[in-house]
Design a protein around this ligand. Structure first.
Ligand SMILES: N[C@@H](CCC(=O)N[C@@H](CS)C(=O)NCC(=O)O)C(=O)O
Length: 203
């Protein structure tokens, strides 16, 4: 049975799932939901994900939300690819970077996209200077950590893991919220490496 992905073309979180599925050659049945039409707030969708958010997947009776958990599930569908290591230390390092990313840098991106893009688009006053400054300071603090980790490596953990798929789809669009990666050559080269993958552009 293919995995059903409740999806949104412009969602970087849903894109994480589409990209890993492409890497692992896992077929997806994509159900595009439109936030503006209220399709994330229907009783039927809220019964699957009470947060009313994409990505959400359904597979063999399992319903799962939160992109990081979904990436781990997909990894487990192709054990032969080594994306779900049985070694406890290796798995813990994957979890470390997934949790690191969702604890600080990714929420900073979310704050910036709300302030700089979504609120103005919805006709609300955005660009709150305190929120923007706090989010930018978060990037300034944590992106150098990723930059240092990538020194001399092709991917965050050296070889390709779900960590790359968790982080890159957000970082590749930070220019959209006026964050400049020019001072981060290792991050920039890593994003280029990922963009060179044959499925990356269209996923
Ligand atoms: N932490 C969640 C974030 C998912 C998320 O924020 N999805 C957005 C689309 S990019 C969404 O569904 N927003 C609708 C809403 O919050 O009402 C994940 O990683 O899956």
């Amino acid at each position: 049975m293919p995995i059903t992905l409740y999806d949104g073309q412009r969602s970087p979180h849903a894109r994480k799932v589409r990209l890993l599925a492409a890497e692992l050659d896992l077929p997806l049945t994509r159900v595009a939901l439109d936030f503006q039409k209220g399709e994330l707030r229907t009783p039927a969708f809220l019964a699957k994900n009470p947060n009313g958010r994409i990505p959400t997947i359904e597979h063999d009776g399992l319903v799962l939300w939160e992109s990081g958990a979904i990436l781990k599930y997909l990894a487990g569908q192709r054990p032969e690819r080594g994306f779900a290591p049985s070694d406890a230390a290796e798995q813990a390092h994957i979890d470390q970077w997934l949790l690191w990313w969702t604890a600080d840098p990714e929420p900073a991106f979310t704050r910036l996209i709300w302030e700089r893009r979504i609120k103005p688009f919805l006709g609300k006053s955005g660009n709150d200077p305190a929120i923007v400054a706090d989010a930018e300071a978060t990037f300034d603090r944590f992106l150098p950590v990723l930059e240092g980790q990538l020194a001399g490596k092709d991917y965050v953990l050296g070889h390709l893991t779900i960590v790359d798929f968790a982080i890159a789809p957000v970082l590749e669009i930070v220019a959209f919220v006026n964050v400049d990666l020019g001072g981060y050559p290792n991050i920039t080269a890593w994003l280029e490496r990922l963009r060179a993958k044959p499925y990356w552009k269209d996923a």
